[in-house]
Design a protein around this ligand. Structure first.
Ligand code: BDR
Ligand code: CA
Length: 353
């Protein structure tokens, strides 16, 4: 199993990523951290705990901790996205425990005052010799940038890669050219992309091919595709064995239906998407579980930090224009020798079977 840490800003599609990370057999979810983004940190950390409690097994609910990370971007002001995800980040979703449910509060209390970034480091450090952590980031990259900056040696030894949802080749979503996760903290994105760690990126170009369509909704509501999926979507949230039982609720089938339909409605309203919403963040987890269904290519990717109209835009160097500019820099620095790694600093997921 791949040891995974999920850093997220739930968020409807983040919630799908949490569900998949908890249940795909290829993945061993070690911890969850929240970051500002779709909603305030106050809400995203509660939402992460609500999802864990609703989707996890009793064992996972007890073992996996949820940490609050950065509440603000490194430099610019935060920018929540109520229009897409509702007031609290998970608008319209039925069947999750409330944010004030004692089980949610107990989960948050367990890590109160602890740093998310240190928790990620501890999880990497605690892995056996032959294992390395995969950090998945599906919100803005503030926590991820802090982690790779603060722990360069640990990252080199014990982190295999960072898999992120973010960026776009061309058209953006929350500005004409910028994608939301990059736009919310462009400086953090730039730090992550310029770090020597291997970065795999799921940009809008591929996430907009992973649409939850109305026939998927029919399947979700009426028939599972496999006995496992069927028993999962028919289950009600686990009851913790602690003194705070989760107050549950409707079958997961209904919870997912309300989640994806709210998301579909906001995508229709904001972007006039008729087909259904892209489940952006879920692709990071799908990639880890089934890399063979993706095609990818390495590029130099820079983040526009100052542009008058283009702040947060990912500039993807499709034709290697920057190769010569970067040559000296690449040759000068000890850890930055290979064009293969840092020059072409991100592997972009381009197609999905
Ligand atoms: C990204 O922004 C958020 O709305 C989603 O959760 C996803 O991570 C898509 O641009
Ligand atoms: Ca997200």
């Amino acid at each position: 199993k791949i040891p995974v840490w999920l850093d997220c800003d739930p968020g409807h599609d983040d919630a799908v990523a949490i569900l998949m990370a908890l249940h795909l057999p290829q993945i061993d979810l070690l911890g969850i951290s929240a970051v500002h983004g779709n909603a305030s940190l106050h809400n995203t950390v509660r939402n992460a705990a609500r999802c864990l409690l609703a989707f996890g097994s009793t064992e996972q609910i007890e073992r996996i901790q949820v940490y609050a990370g950065a509440s603000e971007p490194l430099i610019r002001m935060s920018r929540v996205d109520n229009e897409i995800h509702g007031e609290d980040g998970l608008g319209g979703v039925e069947g999750l425990p409330d944010a004030s449910d004692p089980a949610v509060l107990a989960k948050l209390e367990a890590t109160r005052g602890q740093s998310a970034v240190l928790a990620i480091a501890d999880a990497a450090r605690a892995l056996p010799k032959d294992k390395k952590l995969v950090l998945v980031a599906t919100g803005s990259f503030t926590n991820a940038a802090l982690f790779v900056s603060l722990f360069p040696d640990l990252v080199r030894d014990k982190v295999d890669k960072v898999v992120v949802m973010g960026g776009a080749e061309g058209r953006g979503n929350r500005s004409p050219t910028a994608e939301y996760n990059i736009l919310t903290d462009p400086h953090a994105a730039s730090i992550l992309l310029n770090h020597e760690i291997s970065v795999i990126m799921a940009p809008l170009n591929i996430t907009h091919t992973a649409i939850f369509r109305s026939h998927d909704n029919e399947t979700l509501l009426h028939a599972g595709q496999t006995p496992d999926a069927d028993s999962l979507v028919n289950s009600t949230p686990a009851t913790t064995s602690s003194s705070h039982p989760v107050k549950a609720h409707t079958p997961l089938r209904h919870t997912l239906h309300t989640l994806l339909n709210f998301f579909a409605a906001t995508y229709k309203h904001v972007f006039d998407f008729d087909e259904g919403p892209p489940v952006h963040d879920a692709l990071c987890i799908a990639y880890l579980a089934r890399p063979e269904i993706f095609r990818s290519k390495r590029y130099r990717v820079d983040v526009e930090l100052e542009g008058t109209y283009t702040q947060g835009t990912t500039v993807v160097d499709l034709y290697d224009y920057r190769k010569d500019e970067l040559k000296d820099w690449l040759e000068d620095s000890e850890s930055r020798k290979s064009w293969g790694k840092l020059g072409k600093n991100a592997e972009l997921l381009e197609e999905l079977d």
